[in-house]
Design a protein around this ligand. Structure first.
Ligand code: NCD
Length: 361
């Protein structure tokens, strides 16, 4: 499959999604024994990758590092730009361009929307372009997460004709959650999917998402209480509130008598105090968007619960042992999907299919 930069979920069509899922299955099967694993490890043993992750990450970082290792690719990392020459005033553009002098692929997580795209364009104008993978661009996109979400859904519905015709409920911070945005973009590739977005009013999907869904004739609804829709779901996709992106500064009003008063009726001496009170208030408000253990009784017996993780109190650990809880598998699937993606980008996908055909068909 032709694939170079991976920047945005909307670049994947149904054929490419099916292709990646098939490749993942082959890789998993080949990896089951030592001989197969060693064969995979030789595929990209002449290649190098840079992991540039300057926003926090546990599983995306580790699964990419692991995916590189599984294909034998050597990888380097920068996880904090205070340890790079950016501290000396080098621009992020020059920093990333520097990586392209040493490696064959750049995998990056960066807080600013659009930066990955700009870097890809910049590198394409140089005589040493290398593929760029977006591993999370602020609150905007997380295309590789959406691929592993699709793979997990496909696996969850493997005896139910896949994702077509399913009702998928997405819950939480749908405004700033990049995983929901990217996953929703991929839903245009499936037939008769019904999406239900459950979020507090202030974190509901944005105008761009409404336009996208309408443009692609995707059947969707907004809802404000998980309990109401949990029984209709084939899959519930939980997310956490993304409070690292802060609360709305425009809520502040002028000081009066030594207190700051917000438009939403919170009073405090400092912005920090207001922040804490706002968080407490929202926490209470968010309870309708938490998955309560009693919902397990309401859910269909063959449904699936997903979460990109990390989770907080929106999904209690007591749900983990339910057969429908797929999020730990989803996390591991990330490693396989990223292995497949790297294999496609660096053109060893057809060798994998051939090997699989030779030894396993
Ligand atoms: C997500 C992310 O970073 O956007 N995590 C992940 O990559 N698995 C979700 C989140 O941080 O809430």
């Amino acid at each position: 499959m032709e694939l170079y930069h991976v920047l945005n979920a909307s670049q994947f069509d149904r054929n490419s999604l099916d292709y990646i899922c098939d490749l993942v299955n082959c890789i998993r099967r080949i990896s089951k024994n030592k001989e197969g694993s060693l064969w995979l490890k030789d595929l990209l043993s002449n290649k190098y990758a840079m992991l540039y992750f300057v926003q926090p990450s546990t599983r995306t970082f580790l699964s990419f590092a692991n995916a590189c290792d599984r294909l034998g690719m050597i990888n380097y990392e920068i996880r904090d730009n205070r340890t790079s020459s950016e501290l000396k005033g080098e621009t992020p553009e020059d920093t990333v361009r520097t990586f392209s002098s040493y490696v064959d692929m750049i995998i990056m997580r960066y807080p600013q929307k659009g930066f990955c795209d700009d870097i890809a364009k910049l590198l394409d104008r140089t005589d040493r372009s290398v593929p760029v993978i977006n591993a999370g661009s602020g609150s905007d996109q997380h295309p590789t997460q959406s691929l592993l979400d699709i793979y997990t859904l496909v696996r969850s519905f493997k005896n139910r004709d896949g994702i077509d015709n399913k009702t998928i409920v997405m819950v939480g911070d749908l405004l700033r959650g990049r995983t929901v945005r990217s996953l929703s973009h991929l839903m245009r590739n499936y037939n008769d999917v019904r999406l239900i977005y459950v979020a507090p009013e202030e974190f509901q999907i944005d105008e761009n998402m409404h336009s996208f869904l309408k443009e692609h004739n995707i059947n969707y609804e907004l809802e404000y209480e998980l309990e109401k829709v949990v029984s209709t779901a084939d899959a519930v996709y939980m997310t956490r509130i993304q409070d690292e992106y802060g609360f709305d500064e425009s809520d502040f009003e002028e000081e009066r008598n030594g207190f700051i008063h917000t438009k939403s009726g919170i009073k405090g001496r400092t912005k920090e105090e207001i922040g804490v009170k706002l968080k407490e208030r929202l926490q209470k408000k968010y309870e309708k968007f938490h998955f309560k253990p009693e919902y397990l009784r309401l859910m269909k017996t063959d449904s699936a619960i997903l979460h990109p993780l990390p989770r907080r109190n929106e999904l209690p650990a007591s749900v983990d042992s339910d057969i429908r809880a797929k999020y730990w598998r989803q996390e591991r699937n990330g490693m396989w999907v990223r292995t497949a993606l790297i294999a496609c980008i660096l053109d060893v996908d057809s060798y994998i299919f051939d090997y699989h055909k030779r030894y396993y068909s």
